[in-house]
Structure formats: structure tokens, C-alpha cells
Design a protein around this ligand. Structure first.
Ligand code: FES
Ligand code: FES
Length: 158
């Protein structure tokens, strides 16, 4: 077992982890942060996306020990995030979820896109979401929601 220190959802704490435990399993099984979903477990679907040192990252591809000293935010830690609040509302209004399995990863990637692009268009969003899989194929609503959220945030900051 190895001791690591994480800044997780705003709280810094030490944890003891097995060297081969993935960050995704650590978050779900040890921390109870089950908004981080596991689909493919090999980096192909994006369901496990979290924010690692401020950038979207796949938690199934990281070992927890590799995250020693780093900052991690899961969907649970973004409840009060102003961009996430706008995104959640537009996901609801655009019917951007069906079973909801991909939704945490889509929301975190949507937030990441809106932090990198001002008022991104649908083509840009589709390109940026190309690594996120929705098994219900609800992509149209997801793209619409991120476009609308980008417009609202852009208008508010003009
Ligand atoms: S579970 Fe991590 S990318 Fe699919
Ligand atoms: S809403 Fe079901 S996988 Fe995307």
C-alpha cells in the first residue's frame, strides 16, 4: 500500500491506496464518488471523465498513485460551479440525457469546452466531444445544450 495526498473536491487529505488501483476505482469504491461512471475502462468512452489539475481527464487511465499531490474534481465537487449550473439547466431544457450513463462525463467535458472556447459552435463541440460516447445516441441534444450554455455565458460576460 502507498500513501498519497490528494486535493479532492476542495479538501486535501491523505489516503492509502494499492499501487495498481485506478483513479476511477479509487473515487468510486474508496470515496463513494459514484458520479464518475465506468464504461469501457480503457479510455475509449469518456464516461469516467474528471477534472485533473484543471483539465478534463479519463480517470480509468490514471492510477491513483500517479495523482499524488494533484487536484481532482468530480461531478459531486462541481455542484456550485457557475458554468456547471448553466450547463445542467441547458441539458435539462434540451433533453440532453436519456439513461444518463454518459451524462457526468458529458457535463465535465462540456465545462472543459466552455472554458477553452467562447461561444463554441456545434461543429467545434462535436469535434471536442468525439471521444465521449453516448450509448443512447443523444448527441443532438447534448450539442444543443452546450451551444446554448456557451451563448448564455458569452452574453452574460459581454
Ligand atoms: S471508462 Fe474511462 S474512458 Fe471509458
Ligand atoms: S444518455 Fe444514455 S448513454 Fe448517454
Amino acid at each position: 500500500m502507498t500513501e498519497i495526498t490528494l486535493h479532492l473536491n476542495g479538501t486535501q487529505a491523505a489516503h492509502t491506496v494499492e499501487p495498481r488501483q485506478t483513479l476511477a476505482d479509487f473515487l468510486r469504491d474508496r470515496c463513494g464518488l459514484t458520479a464518475t461512471h465506468l464504461g469501457c475502462e480503457h479510455g475509449a468512452c469518456g464516461a469516467c471523465t474528471v477534472v485533473l489539475d484543471g483539465q478534463a481527464a479519463r480517470s480509468c487511465l490514471q492510477l491513483a498513485v500517479m495523482c499524488d499531490g494533484r487536484s481532482i474534481q468530480t461531478l459531486e465537487g462541481l455542484r456550485a460551479d457557475p458554468v456547471m449550473e448553466v450547463l445542467r439547466r441547458h441539458f435539462h431544457e434540451s433533453h440532453a440525457l436519456q439513461c444518463g450513463f454518459c451524462t457526468p462525463g458529458m457535463l465535465i467535458m462540456g465545462r472543459d469546452i466552455l472554458q477553452r472556447y467562447r461561444e463554441p459552435d456545434a461543429q467545434t463541440i462535436r469535434h471536442e466531444l468525439s471521444g465521449q460516447i453516448c450509448r443512447c445516441t443523444g448527441y443532438a441534444g447534448i450539442v444543443d445544450a452546450i451551444v446554448a450554455a456557451g451563448r448564455e455565458i458569452g452574453t452574460a460576460t459581454r
